[in-house]
Design a protein around this ligand. Structure first.
Ligand code: CTP
Ligand code: CA
Length: 224
């Protein structure tokens, strides 16, 4: 029996995971999006469910579907949709992992009709979206809260600032410097930084292997 337990170390745990891009509408037929495929979040969800967790996967538009029946997939479009979905479930989870590439800005006004190409040029005024992860950090009780950080300069310093600003327990710093890492690629080069600012650089590896490393941190947290 002990053996079965050790193979399902996350049994009884509820994990919220955000994944994919968000799309921010410009008019009824156009949006501003990004190149996130959702792969990192879906790999995290499958790995967590495989370790015995119950997963709520809140994802932006992606071609992936979850396979494990213990993953409850909530499909959303915009940052505001993702914010509302996260707060519906967050109070009830043990862990939250924000792997989504959430838009930082959205068009301030959404045109009701398709914009016609009459003007020679036009400007889209943008406003900030809610920071979903920071909002979860603000109301954190016992949840183990993990964020990602995508940086191209002063990586470690910027990631540390995000830990503090968003009240995180752990951040997964994603380096885009390495060829083969990041958006649309099968691999990631990450560095873990915890809330005490311990820094642990990892090798370039598949997103599946990165998902395992991240969930090992979760397991270690609950066993400590
Ligand atoms: N995030 C979020 N809601 C947002 C923006 C980001 O939940 N509106 C989360 C991401 O899912 C990620 C973390 O915050 O886990 C960091 O995202 P990142 O884009 O690296 O940082 P930002 O705080 O958006 O700052 P900046 O883009 O200026 O570096
Ligand atoms: Ca951002």
């Amino acid at each position: 029996e002990k053996d079965i337990e050790s193979k399902l170390p996350l049994k009884g745990k509820k994990i919220l995971i955000t994944a994919g891009p968000t799309y921010e509408a410009i008019d009824p037929v156009r949006f501003i999006g990004n190149h996130s495929s959702g792969k990192m979040g879906f790999d995290l969800a499958e790995t967590a469910a495989g370790l015995g967790a119950t997963v709520i996967l809140i994802t932006g538009p992606t071609h992936f579907s979850a396979k494990n029946p213990n993953i409850d997939t909530v499909r959303i479009i915009s940052a505001n949709d993702m914010y509302e979905a996260c707060h519906k479930f967050y109070g009830d989870v043990d862990v939250a992992i924000a792997a989504a590439a959430v838009a930082d800005y959205r068009p301030k006004f959404v045109a009701e009709e398709k914009i016609k190409k009459t003007a020679e040029a036009f400007t889209i005024e943008m406003e900030k979206t809610q920071d979903i992860l920071a909002s979860m950090g603000q109301i954190k009780k016992n949840q183990f809260l993990i964020g990602f950080a995508l940086e191209t300069e002063n990586e470690i310093e910027n990631a540390k600032l995000k830990i503090t600003k968003k009240n995180l327990d752990l951040i997964v710093l994603n380096s885009l410097r390495d060829e083969g890492a990041g958006f649309g690629k099968p691999t990631n080069k990450i560095t873990f930084i915890d809330k005490d600012f311990n820094i642990e650089p990892m090798d370039l590896k598949s997103k599946e292997a990165v998902a395992e490393d991240i969930l090992n941190k979760v397991i270690t947290h609950f066993n400590a």
